[in-house]
Design a protein around this ligand. Structure first.
Ligand code: NAD
Length: 242
């Protein structure tokens, strides 16, 4: 595994906690400059302080990505300021449990907007530049729920399976332009996602994969030499689905 000759620049969404924060730290350890996007300015600044210990450049960008009409412009402005972009990690997402018949339209839209449409908009914010450069790596964080839907996880599973299909189509359309697309589908990961008020499930947290382990897998995918791509990666607790 090797780094590109110039110092790479990565945008990571949802970098204030869990997998996104762990990925920011793993990327920083590998010498990758970062732009971290999330909702909470305070949490992002804390992550940025930790990241700076590795001697990389870090910008923070506070945004609610579920407000999808503003996302593309924000991402374009980051890319413009940097004068290029090497890696985009679309990690921000919410989990949501509810019976489909009891899911209000507003909840459905919130999940789909963040987990799917904001990814589309982030990708469209970097794609013209990656195409001009003739290279770039996009990592989309999906879920095993995309492959194996569970009752009460319908809205979430639909958002993630659509994300997987989006990633596959994007990979096919853009691989000829030097753009690599990786979809990572984690099983249960011990992140703050399980404490959010849209998830009503109790699972054995200690049996879950650590966010740092997922982050290492993302880093390895990104650092593969340019001639190779990991298009699909599933990572689950070694004891199986919880
Ligand atoms: P997390 O709750 O710790 O992190 C989610 C991140 O997304 C946070 O930084 C949060 O601030 C950000 N975010 C949420 N809503 C946002 C919004 N509207 N605008 C901008 N940022 C927003 O959870 P996590 O487990 O680290 O989740 C990261 C990704 O991994 C998600 O896409 C999730 O669906 C996926 N995933 C998680 C698990 C798991 O078991 N934890 C399993 C499979 C997939």
């Amino acid at each position: 595994m090797e780094l590109p000759p110039n110092k790479p620049r990565a945008i990571i969404t949802g970098a204030s906690s869990g997998i996104g924060k762990a990925t920011a730290l793993a990327f920083a350890g590998a010498g990758i400059d970062l732009c971290l996007i999330s909702r909470s300015q305070d949490k992002l600044i804390d992550v940025a302080h930790e990241v700076k210990e590795y001697g990389v450049q870090v910008k923070v960008f506070c945004a609610d990505l579920s407000e999808v009409s503003t996302v593309r412009r924000k991402v374009q402005s980051i890319v413009q300021e940097w004068g290029g972009i090497d890696i985009l990690v679309n990690n921000a997402g919410i989990a949501y449990t509810n019976l489909l018949r009891e899911t209000p339209l507003t909840d459905w839209e919130k999940v789909l907007n963040l987990n799917l449409t904001s990814v589309f908009e982030c990708v469209m914010g970097v794609l013209p530049t990656m195409r001009t450069q003739g290279k770039g790596t996009i990592v989309n964080v999906a879920s095993i729920a995309a492959q194996t839907p569970f009752p009460e996880w319908g809205t979430y599973a639909i958002s993630k399976s659509a994300l997987v299909t989006f990633s596959q189509c994007l990979a096919m359309e853009e691989r000829g332009n030097g753009i690599r697309v990786t979809t990572i589908s984690p099983g249960a990961v011990n992140s703050p996602l399980w404490d959010t008020d849209t998830v009503k499930v109790e699972l054995n947290r200690s049996a879950m994969v650590k966010p740092e382990t997922v982050a290492q897998a993302i880093l390895q995918a990104v650092l593969l030499p340019q001639e190779a791509v990991i298009e699909q990666l599933t990572i689950t607790p070694s004891i199986g689905a919880l």
